[in-house]
Design a protein around this ligand. Structure first.
Ligand SMILES: Nc1ncnc2c1ncn2[C@@H]1O[C@H](COP(=O)(O)OP(=O)(O)O)[C@@H](O)[C@H]1O
Ligand SMILES: [Mg+2]
Length: 223
């Protein structure tokens, strides 16, 4: 029997790991020239706001994030705070890259409708970017990973989105009502700490094995 591998998992993992290193690194991976057309992506998440800068070949150059609780269940609940955070991230990116960032794209979960795309546009424009496009998150992920056929599993704060692609088209979207926030809650309960502390513990790579042992039942429910 032959098993057809839909994507090269090893390559995808490397790409995701490289992206995480860029976002956590807080410094550009190379110098940028003034005439380069840089691409900025904005993710207004439940637990953090992430800004990413790609070059013309879609290679990640720089990324940074700030923790926040301005978004809940995919809805911007604190507009002003989101804008302030995004403005700070933009300023920081411009300082380290030595260029002005003029345009940005945003992403929203699939099926959240015109309303949430509008709010994300407003946040991006209030942070003094021209908003080029709002795309749906799994499609952005599939494009970044060069995936034509396969499934994108996006663990969010409150839910996990499962998006099935066939021949480059998004065919099916499912939402499982468990996400990273439930992992944080289980960790907080186990260690008798508040969720802010548990959130940091969860993201600490040196505690990965220990954390996974505690949150395993949450992952098993999701799987
Ligand atoms: N480095 C990390 N390690 C573990 N969990 C993380 C890491 N970065 C983010 N998360 C978790 O991923 C989940 C999704 O975050 P986020 O993208 O902000 O939410 P959403 O997609 O629902 O808006 C959160 O529960 C967050 O804690
Ligand atoms: Mg997300």
């Amino acid at each position: 029997m032959t098993i057809k591998t839909q994507v090269d998992l090893k390559q995808v993992n490397q790409q995701l790991q490289a992206f995480a290193t860029v976002v956590n690194g807080n410094h550009p991976i190379r110098e940028v020239t003034a005439d380069e057309q840089l691409r900025v992506g904005v993710d207004l998440g439940t637990s953090s706001i992430v800004l990413t800068v790609l070059d013309e070949q879609n290679q990640p150059l720089y990324g940074a994030f700030e923790y926040d609780n301005a978004v809940r269940d995919g809805i911007v609940v604190n507009f002003i705070e989101s804008v302030q955070i995004l403005k700070r991230l933009k300023q920081k990116a411009e300082d380290v890259l030595g260029v002005t960032l003029t345009t940005a794209c945003g992403a929203v979960p699939p099926g959240t409708g015109h309303g949430s795309a509008k709010i994300v546009t407003n946040v991006i424009e209030s942070a003094e970017f021209e908003c080029r496009e709002i795309v749906d998150e799994p499609t952005a992920a599939a494009q970044f990973l060069h995936m034509q056929d396969g499934t994108v599993v996006d663990i969010g704060g409150g839910t996990t989105g499962i998006s099935v692609f066939e021949h480059g088209h998004l065919n099916e979207v499912l939402d499982e009502a468990t996400g990273g926030f439930h992992m944080t809650l289980v960790l907080a309960g186990y260690h008798h700490v508040d969720s802010a502390e548990a959130e940091l513990m969860k993201r600490d790579e040196s505690k990965e094995g220990e954390v996974f042992a505690v949150i395993r039942p949450v992952v098993e429910k999701m799987a």
